[in-house]
Design a protein around this ligand. Structure first.
Ligand code: ATP
Ligand code: MG
Length: 578
């Protein structure tokens, strides 16, 4: 492709709203343009990188035995009603109405649609297991679209779904997908870490996220030298023990005017936050539950939701809090709290003489002790993990890193097949719900993550396997006949050899073209100029190196082909051998 015949609108300036480097570079290098918040047009150069990632994903999905199909973007609302997610998915579900006032959703994920397909067409265990995948545009009305295509409202995802007659079969496919994911990211040149995660709104029990480590990634990963790694939400950490050696003192009520946050109360009473119990009221489907936790820690709502087996968990409203506790927000406490279940995080174990809300406006209780002053229905692990907590596998402290979630795999079990009555007949003629798995990769997010991982101050440094082009031919002075003739000839011969080439045939200053070459980050650059040609040479450079190789003009083709092969196999070799 000749630069003058394609469309690569490069820019010197960073877009003002861009916070992360990949977003800045994707706009500056002419890979994409914003249409509206979280919605982008992928320009020719960007689309080529996206297609490269898609192709790797496709090859590995096929190899893992998944079948490609393409499901609709427009989903009838009734399907989402059936699974219960019309209400539960939340505001991210983009809802639209047709001319007959029928409800539809724009697909953020496709469990409902695929489950509907299978329940209508697969009756016997003999057809199982089955795995389907698609690569398609998804819609999620993100509350805060940001970081360009990293958190967009419209983005490209590969989603796959597997159907099984038993757990063992699901385990096998899950493992196969896990391996396919490792190969996909490796073939994209990315270094990723699989971590244990929380299953969020998708549901299910076992789940892993694949993370690209990056300092400004949105996800926090807690890991241990023993190999344990999990997202903050998914980690099952242990809180370092803290116990107070004191005799129980008599319970006392104190006025705490204006103090309702943990900071305000602990400052007012001059106590450590560890000696306060937070009492948080949640609406858990149709009941209210009080969750207790030590004052210096936060609750992991996903753990509460799972522990109470509720579909929808929300903080109680100020009105509900007033109704249940008799006091406004900030003064709730476990003593005398009637008619609600009281569950506690394990961080409370060992505490004596603690501060709690008095269930009375502007008042707290001090020297509260349990079970003397109140009873706890159950002690569970409900806290949000944090660095410094202890590893659940070996007991050493966990450390924190940041990452970008590029993919996630889930064992769903029968969550969707039960609610949507999707069943098959087993060997003994029994009617059973399908056991399911689902497996997503953010294609466009992966492209952005690759740029986060590979760039320098000059621009992008594409891994060769996902680069929009493998080689950039850069004739220095397009008015010089010999230069342009040589460049054209190299372009032709190397294209015939199967290479993907961009030729910068623009009539621009050399410095300007070099800057753009660095910005768009094509892995190999072949510079053709009058001076070198006089010596019968052309100049070859890897984008990631500073070194410029002067090579004989007549050996250029062989050299470039060899170097590209070497670059590719450095990334692909490991996976190709398997
Ligand atoms: P997140 O926690 O980042 O919101 P998620 O866990 O909701 O993502 P999944 O449902 O697991 O996402 O979707 C599969 C993949 O799709 C994710 O691993 C991610 O790579 C990608 N993805 C999800 N949401 C977005 C988005 N808003 N923009 C771009 N890619 C996304
Ligand atoms: Mg996810």
């Amino acid at each position: 492709m000749r630069w003058t015949e394609t469309f690569i609108p490069t820019h010197k300036e960073d877009p003002t709203e861009a916070e992360v480097i990949s977003h800045k570079l994707m706009v500056r290098a002419g890979l994409m343009r914003k249409l509206t918040s979280g919605v982008y047009t992928y320009l020719p150069l960007g689309l080529r990188a996206i297609k490269k990632v898609e192709q790797i994903v496709r090859e590995e999905m096929n190899r893992a035995g998944a079948l490609e199909l393409l499901m609709p973007i427009l989903h009838p609302g009734e399907l989402w009603q059936e699974s219960g997610r019309w209400d539960l998915y939340g505001k991210e579900l983009m809802k639209v109405t047709d001319r007959h006032q029928r409800n539809f959703a724009l697909g953020p994920t496709h469990e409902e649609v695929i489950t509907d397909l299978l329940r209508n067409h697969i009756r016997s265990y003999r057809r199982l297991p089955l795995t389907f995948y698609q690569i398609q545009t998804k819609f999620r009305d993100e509350i805060r679209p940001r970081f360009g295509v990293m958190r967009a409202r419209e983005f490209v995802m590969k989603d796959a779904y597997s159907f099984h007659e038993n757990e063992a079969s699901l385990d096998k496919t899950y493992q196969r997908m896990y391996e396919a994911y490792a190969r996909i990211f490796q073939r994209c040149g990315l270094s990723t870490a699989p971590v244990q995660a929380d299953s969020g709104v998708i549901g299910g029990d076992v789940t892993h996220e694949f993370m690209v480590l990056a300092d400004n990634g949105e996800s926090e990963i807690l890991s241990c030298e023993c190999g344990y790694a999990a997202t903050r939400e998914g980690a099952r950490s242990l809180i370092p023990p803290y116990s107070i050696e004191e005799k129980a003192k008599p319970l006392e009520k104190v006025n705490t005017p204006g103090a309702h946050t943990v900071e305000q109360v602990t400052e007012f009473l001059n106590v450590d936050a560890k000696r306060l119990i937070k009492t948080i009221l949640y609406r858990c489907d149709d009941r209210v539950v009080a969750v207790l936790i030590r004052g210096d820690r936060d609750i992991n709502e996903a753990k509460v939701r799972r522990s109470r087996e509720c579909a929808k968990l929300e903080m109680a409203t100020p009105e509900e809090i007033l109704k249940v506790s008799g006091a406004p927000v900030g003064f709730t406490g476990p003593v005398g709290l009637k008619g609600v279940e009281l569950i506690s995080d394990k961080s409370l174990q060992g505490l004596v003489n603690v501060v709690v809300g008095a269930n009375e406006d502007q008042a707290h209780l001090i020297n509260t002790n349990f079970p003397r002053d109140f009873a706890i229905d159950s002690f569970e692990s409900l806290h949000m993990a944090q660095a410094g907590d202890l590893c659940p596998a070996c007991g050493k402290p966990l450390t924190s890193r940041r990452g970008i979630e590029v993919g996630q795999i889930f064992k769903l079990g029968t969550k969707y097949s039960t609610s949507m009555r999707a069943t098959f007949l087993d060997q003994d003629g029994r009617e059973l719900p399908f056991i399911m798995g689902c497996y997503g990769i953010g294609i466009t997010r992966t492209v952005a993550a690759a740029i986060e991982q590979y760039h320098d101050e000059g621009g992008i440094i594409w891994p060769i396997t996902i680069a929009p082009y493998q080689l950039l031919i850069l004739p220095l002075n397009v008015d010089d006949e010999k230069t342009i003739a040589t460049a054209e000839q190299l372009y032709e011969t190397l294209s015939e050899a199967g290479l993907e080439i961009l030729m910068d045939d623009r009539d621009e200053r050399a410095g300007f073209k070099f800057k753009d070459a660095d910005l768009i980050g094509i892995p190999l650059r072949l510079t053709v100029g009058e001076k070198s040609l006089e010596e019968g040479k052309v100049e070859l450079k890897l984008r990631r190196d500073d070194q410029v190789l002067k090579i004989d003009q007549d050996k250029a083709v062989a050299h470039v082909v060899k170097l590209i092969h070497k670059e590719r196999s450095a990334i692909e070799n490991v996976s190709a051998k398997k």
